[in-house]
Design a protein around this ligand. Sequence first.
Ligand SMILES: O=C(CO)[C@H](O)[C@H](O)COP(=O)(O)O
Length: 232
Amino acid sequence: MDAKAMKIEAARAALEHVTSGMRLGIGTGSTAEEFVRLLAVKVAEGMKIIGVPTSERTAALCVQLGVPLSTLEETPELDLTIDGADEVDADLSLIKGGGGALLREKIVASASAKMIVIADESKIVDTLGRFPLPIEVNRFGLKATETAVRKAAASLGLSGPLTLRMTGGEPFVTDGGHLILDASFGRIPDARALSDALHAIPGVVEHGLFLGLADLAVIAGSTGIRTLVPAR
Ligand SMILES: O=C(CO)[C@H](O)[C@H](O)COP(=O)(O)O
């Protein structure tokens, strides 16, 4: 099975957790997009759901495929969010934000009674940090925020390149109008401590550590699907 086929299988298995009447958070990224495609088929067959997308990109795909949408203003409490991840550990702590949607993804997941992560097995890690940690920052005071992030990381024994995410020669701008610093700190032994330290920096809008949010991971591998629950 190639990577795309694994993403489709993970999305298909997660779809079994969706029932008619649900208010659904809908993630961002290539795996989440496979989920949207399969969900659209169910909707066309009569399944009644209302979706809250985690990005403009996901919203556009849902509109194109006829998946009914709402907003968190209209629908502030959701039953289930299904989203991809860049890394998943045994506690179902995640790194997210490879697609730049981490802020809305975290808001939507936090508004949901349950979060299911869908991924192929390449995303499983022993310790978070192989994938650069996305940190969404305000444009104002970028250099000062960068310095503060370096100091916060250093206080936890972490260091490494902090790179402003670019696209087409310009800084990448999130749906919320912010910038992203990708932090290549390597292994993050205490993700909670790093999360707290980053949240204490005023210029940091949000970061891609999703701790205690995922309830179930549906992981597709060459030998089939396995589900993981948090080891915590
Ligand atoms: O967090 C995300 C977007 O902000 C994505 O869920 C994450 O990057 C995984 O994407 P993909 O399914 O394409 O590997």
